[in-house]
Design a protein around this ligand. Structure first.
Ligand code: NAP
Length: 243
C-alpha cells in the first residue's frame, strides 16, 4: 500500500489533506510547529522538525513512505531542499506544490530584503508590513516611519514606531480596504507569496498605494505543480495511488 507524506503549513497543504482523505489514501501531514493553533487537518499529523535531511530520510524510511508532496510555503527556505535530499536518499517520489506568483499591474517594486524595501520609502511613510515575524530588528533603522506589522502570532520587543496587528487569515477585499483606510496606510510591503494574499494587493491597487513585494527564495529543481487538483492527478498518474 502506498503511503504519502505531505509537508504542510499552507492553505494548499490543508486542501490537499481534504482531497486525499476524501479518496481514502494513506497520508500523514507534517507541520513545523510555527503556529500555536494550527488549522484542522483531515489526515493524521505530526509536529516539529525532523533534524535536517538525514532525520527526514530516517523518518520516511521508518514510516515506509513512498511519496512526498512538499506543500510548504513559497518562502520556506530550508525545507524544500531537505525534502529533495531526503527523497533522493530514501528513494521516495517527490512533488513540489507551489502556488503561482502574484501577477498584477499593482506592484511598484520587487526587492530581495525587507531592509531594501524600507530604504525605498519617503520620510514619515505609513506602512503595512505583512512579511512575518522574522527580521523585525530592521525596523529600528527607520524610526521616522509608522509601521503596522500584521502577524498571526504576537511579536515581542517591537520598537515604539511599530504597531502590532495580530490577525488570522483569510481576509476579504473589504477587510483589507477597511484596514488600509483606518490606518491611513500609503505603502504595503508584502511577500510574493501568491494565491491567498491577493486581496491585500487588490486593495492596495484600489487605493493606489505603493506596493513593494519581497521576491521568493530559489526553489530546488524537480517536478512542480501549482494546484491541489494537479497534485492529486500526480498521485494517481505517477505514484499509482488509488489505482
Ligand atoms: P524553513 O526555513 O524551510 O524550515 C526551517 C526548519 O523548520 C526546517 O529545516 C525543518 O526543521 C522545519 N520545518 C519546516 N517546515 C516543516 C514541516 N512542514 N514539517 C516539519 N518540519 C518543518 O521554513 P520556515 O520559513 O521556518 O517555515 C516553517 C513552516 O511554516 C513551513 O512548514 C512553512 O510551510 C510554514 N510557513 C512559512 C511561511 C514563511 O513565510 N516562511 C509562511 C507561512 C507558512 P528540520 O531541519 O529539523 O527538519
Amino acid at each position: 500500500m502506498s503511503k504519502l507524506l505531505i509537508l504542510g503549513g499552507t492553505t494548499e497543504a490543508r486542501l490537499l489533506c481534504d482531497a486525499v482523505a476524501s479518496k481514502g489514501l494513506d497520508a500523514t501531514v507534517s507541520l513545523a510547529g510555527a503556529t500555536s493553533n494550527p488549522a484542522r487537518l483531515a489526515v493524521p499529523f505530526r509536529i516539529g522538525g525532523f533534524g535536517g535531511a538525514a532525520g527526514l530520510t530516517n523518518w520516511m524510511s521508518n514510516q515506509r513512505i513512498n511519496a512526498m508532496i512538499d506543500a510548504t510555503h513559497p518562502f520556506a527556505r530550508q525545507m524544500p531542499w531537505n525534502g529533495v535530499e531526503a527523497c533522493r536518499r530514501a528513494c521516495v517520489k517527490r512533488l513540489r506544490l507551489l502556488r503561482p506568483r502574484f501577477q498584477g499591474p499593482c506592484v511598484s517594486d520587487r526587492v530581495d530584503t525587507l531592509t531594501e524595501a524600507l530604504n525605498m520609502l519617503p520620510m514619515r511613510s505609513r506602512v503595512l508590513v505583512t512579511t512575518g515575524r522574522k527580521h523585525t530588528e530592521v525596523f529600528e533603522g527607520r524610526p521616522d516611519l509608522t509601521i503596522y506589522l500584521r502577524t498571526i502570532e504576537p511579536v515581542a520587543n517591537l520598537p515604539s514606531h511599530v504597531i502590532s496587528l495580530e490577525q488570522r487569515p483569510p481576509f476579504s477585499l473589504e477587510d483589507e480596504l477597511a484596514l488600509l483606510r483606518k490606518h491611513r496606510i500609503d505603502t504595503l510591503i508584502s511577500k510574493d507569496s501568491g494565491g491567498v494574499t491577493a486581496p491585500k494587493l487588490m486593495a492596495a491597487q484600489t487605493l493606489e498605494l505603493k506596493t513593494i513585494l519581497l521576491t521568493r527564495p530559489n526553489q530546488p529543481p524537480g517536478p512542480t505543480v501549482q494546484t491541489v487538483d494537479q497534485a492529486v492527478a500526480w498521485l494517481h498518474d505517477v505514484v499509482g495511488f488509488g489505482s
